[in-house]
Design a protein around this ligand. Structure first.
Ligand code: NAP
Length: 266
């Protein structure tokens, strides 16, 4: 904990998306514990827990799947950053959702909103905040998934959005490596949160491998070490490692067979 605390000492402002639940809420809780006077700004549609707001977390309500909403909140975000003390800025692109079902049967507007949130909002927010991050130093944490390593039939669009995020994140890591900006891609496996219910699964169908707190603990250690990518939990690392050695079509078929075994609510 003390080496982590040391690594995070230089950060004076944190912007997190999706801090109203799950992994994002755990980021807020963990960073608040690490920093003496955390300046955290949350972007999501609903508020984070009251205890966070009472502790000074700033909430800017917005639907990040809407480009005009991002446009609308940028001045508020810049205001927040300008009121934080000199020091590093950390952006955590965490908001995201998935949907389960055959692509021809899922709602088109929802698939498009998923692309806008899981991909477009990350690119937009990062591009807008990067000048400040370059000036003050700091970094970006992108929450992808183990779904980013191979196609995910029945969650086809979701897996593809996360594959984009992994590729984009690693590209940025290299571009920014000598510019005082760290970029980390986090790839969790099934994690206890609202994610699966939101994606249309029955709660009872899920074997969560990790809690959101465990994912965040591993992410923060990886960020402090300057890693470019981390797959959380040993079993996830193992399965990703084995899959990477197999032919891509076979891995796709195996992923499809696994995902077909779990039935969605609808
Ligand atoms: N849980 C898992 O098994 C798992 C595994 C791998 C990766 N992930 C990734 O982890 C990230 C966090 O998910 P989670 O597991 O913590 O699920 P979660 O509890 O459902 O949290 C999702 C967060 O995204 C926010 N969000 C959703 N739609 C939004 C929108 N239109 N605009 C702004 N914010 C929006 C939600 O806030 P509001 O509803 O208040 O807007 C919420 O805070 C996601 O990117 C997900 O893909 C999750």
């Amino acid at each position: 904990m003390s080496s982590l605390k040391h690594a995070f000492k230089k950060i004076s402002a944190v912007v997190v998306t999706g801090g109203s639940s799950g992994i994002g809420a755990s980021f807020i809780a963990s960073i608040a514990k690490l920093e003496d006077n955390p300046r955290i700004c949350n972007l999501s549609r609903s508020e984070p827990e009251k205890k966070f707001l009472d502790a000074g977390v700033v909430h800017i309500a917005c639907d990040l799947s809407l480009r005009q909403d991002i446009e609308r909140i940028v001045p508020q975000l810049q205001d927040f950053l300008s009121q934080t003390p000199e020091g590093e800025v950390l952006l955590i692109n965490n908001s995201g959702f998935g949907s389960y079902g055959d692509f021809y049967g899922v709602d088109r507007e929802r698939e498009l909103a998923m692309c806008d949130l899981n991909i477009r909002a990350c690119v937009d927010l990062t591009h807008r905040l990067l000048p400040t991050i370059l000036k003050r130093g700091g970094g970006i944490i992108n929450i992808a998934s183990i779904a980013s390593f191979q196609p995910t039939p029945l969650m086809t669009t979701y897996g593809a959005t996360k594959a984009f995020l992994q590729s984009w994140s690693l590209g940025l890591s290299d571009e920014l490596k000598n510019k005082g900006v760290k970029v980390l891609c986090v790839c969790p496996g099934p994690t206890e949160s609202n994610f699966f219910l939101a994606a249309g699964y029955k709660e009872s169908q899920i074997n969560y491998g990790q809690t959101a707190e465990q994912v965040v603990d591993e992410a923060l250690v990886a960020y402090a070490k300057g890693k470019w990518i981390v797959t959380t939990k040993f079993l996830n690392k193992l399965s990703v490692g084995i899959s990477s050695k197999l032919p891509r079509v076979l891995v796709t078929k195996l992923a499809g067979a696994t995902l077909r075994k779990v039935r969605a609510i609808k």
